[in-house]
Design a protein around this ligand. Structure first.
Ligand code: CP3
Length: 349
């Protein structure tokens, strides 16, 4: 039987318990992931469909999550556009980062097919393997977040190099954002054609922008991407981080749900922006480093923070699972959610 909790929640239908999945649910905290990673590099793992499928299914098999997210990375499209991407122990590294307008001219808008993106083959295989049982989530970064990595070259706390590029080359920045947007549109469209039931767009670095710069450089491209994807009729979840000051603008996007970090109060966001905006989140991944008692308490209080969690709400973290996370704490979080259906009288308000 198909587990339709996620699709129902995104469609604002009443559910007996919230669906639950975790950002970075496949990854280094899982011994079975470590085992595969000890013999293959991260990029090779992403680009080998059989292995990507195996890793995507690990958290589903272990925890019975209510969704399977395809294993890949938001930076792969940047590589396909022409950047030299590496993953080192310190994280991603782009060796020929964008530093002027002529670098942008050289970038491709790659055709989206299985040859360019093995992730599409992985989605296809996942669809065949579990697509009748559980929804499959495809994803990409948001144009602005990809811009950050493409002009900074590394992960950073403040992306100062990216901002300097933005402020000193506004016109070229628009060209780059536009090329990224077109690339992502083709890629996400093909993810849906390959079998993704839901798309999530990660705008991890939206929050570093002022309201004005967000309105000028991030929002128009995100809006274009989302509206171009509308005809596919697939629900879109948008993840933002540290973006309180941007919520009045973000909440106007035509998305099925907004995925928030732990700094936001879910009920406050719902009161301010209305119940037609689905919400996802927002447990601090740091909570999963504690113990099962704390995890259970914090998971319950997150759910109870919403007066009506029965519609338009998806349990998740406020950011990805941390590598040091004990597996039993992830079990504790998920089991707390799974048990709600039996206890819904206790939870109902
Ligand atoms: O959620 C999933 O299970 C699917 C896989 C997934 C990965 N990255 C795998 C990954 C997803 C959805 C992402 C998204 C991603 N990647 C984002 C947006 C979400 C966020 O976390 O903010 C960003 C900014 C990236 C870029 C990226 N990839 C960074 C900064 C790093 C290094 C930091 C780190 O966690 O290692 C990565 C590497 C990465 N992506 C790993 C995984 C499992 C670890 C790689 C390894 O196995 O060594």
């Amino acid at each position: 039987m198909f587990n339709d909790l996620l699709l129902k929640a995104l469609n604002k239908e009443i559910v007996p318990r919230p669906p639950v999945w975790l950002m970075r649910q496949a990854g280094r905290y899982l011994p079975e992931y470590q085992k595969i990673r000890s013999r293959v590099g991260f990029l090779e793992l992403c680009n080998t469909p059989e292995l990507a499928v195996e890793v995507s299914l690990q958290p589903y098999e272990r925890f019975k999550t209510d969704a399977v997210i395809v294993f890949s990375d938001i930076l792969l499209p940047a590589q396909k556009m022409g950047l030299e991407l590496e993953f080192t122990d310190e994280g991603p590294r782009i060796n020929n980062l964008i530093s002027n307008a002529s670098d942008i001219k050289k970038l491709q808008i790659p055709m989206a097919n299985e040859e360019t993106y093995p992730t599409l083959t992985a989605i296809n295989m996942l669809k065949k393997e579990v697509g009748e049982k559980v929804p499959i989530i495809g994803f990409s970064g948001a144009p602005w977040t990809l811009f950050c990595y493409m002009t900074e070259g590394y992960s950073s706390n403040n992306f100062n190099k990216a901002k300097t590029f933005l402020y000193t080359n506004p016109q070229a920045s628009h060209q780059l954002l536009s090329k990224i947007t077109n690339t992502l549109f083709l890629y996400l469209t093909m993810q849906v054609n390959s079998g993704a039931h839901v798309l999530q767009i990660f705008d991890t670095w939206a929050g570093i922008l002022s309201q004005e710069d967000y309105r000028t450089f991030a929002l128009p491209y995100l809006r274009q991407l989302i509206s171009d994807l509308m005809p596919l009729k697939v629900p879109i979840i948008l993840y933002t981080n540290n973006s309180h000051h941007l919520l009045p603008k973000i909440s106007m996007l035509k998305i099925a749900a907004l995925s928030l970090d732990w700094r936001c109060n879910l009920q406050e966001v719902r009161d301010n922006f209305g119940a037609s905006l689905g919400l996802q989140g927002n447990l601090d991944p740091g909570v999963l480093l504690t113990n099962q008692t704390v995890v259970r308490e914090k998971t319950k209080s997150m759910i109870q923070s919403l007066k009506n969690w029965q519609t338009g709400y998806i349990c998740n973290l406020g950011h990805g699972v941390l590598p040091q996370t004990p597996v039993e704490n992830v079990h504790a979080m998920l089991d707390t959610v799974f048990e709600i259906a039996n206890e819904s009288l206790v939870y109902a308000k």
